[in-house]
Design a protein around this ligand. Structure first.
Ligand SMILES: [Zn+2]
Length: 146
């Protein structure tokens, strides 16, 4: 009688264990699914939602100006006049654009607006590079090349 009772209890416990295990399995699977999305989320956030980004203007390979464009109240125009020629860059809170250039190819004027980390406008004849960089992230610009 006692043996039967014990056996019964034992059996009952085992089946409960199995159920608990199954629930744990499902939880684990959900956890893994959520976890597997995290790198992707972080990746997209890194590329598009930088809270700290700035625009770097390089002339002849040297940094000409760094501007914290997201903090700008009003848009501004940066003029570059050197022996290569003339460039005007419109810089506003949301985007950066080459608005005037007397270079021979005019490619920089056709590049349009940039606003994301890694994007850039290049004026090759004048050796002017306008690029958006994220703070505390050095390799980002190397990954995304326009
Ligand atoms: Zn140009």
């Amino acid at each position: 009688m006692i043996m039967r009772f014990l056996w019964y209890n034992h059996y009952k416990m085992r089946s409960m264990d199995v159920m608990v295990l199954k629930r744990l399995d499902i939880l684990l699977i959900i956890c893994f699914m959520v976890l597997s999305f995290i790198p992707q989320l972080v990746f997209t956030m890194n590329n598009n939602n930088y809270s700290d980004k700035y625009v770097e203007i390089k002339v002849n390979g040297k940094v000409y100006k760094n501007i914290d464009f997201q903090k700008l109240e009003e848009s501004m125009i940066v003029e570059i006049n050197n022996k290569n020629g003339h460039n005007e860059i419109l810089i506003s809170k949301d985007c950066i654009k080459m608005i005037s250039a007397n270079c021979r190819d005019g490619i920089c004027l056709k590049e349009g607006e940039i606003s994301k980390v890694g994007e850039r406008i290049v004026c090759l004849p004048h050796n002017v590079i306008v690029s958006i960089k994220g703070k505390n992230n050095e390799f980002d610009e190397d990954i995304i090349v326009r």
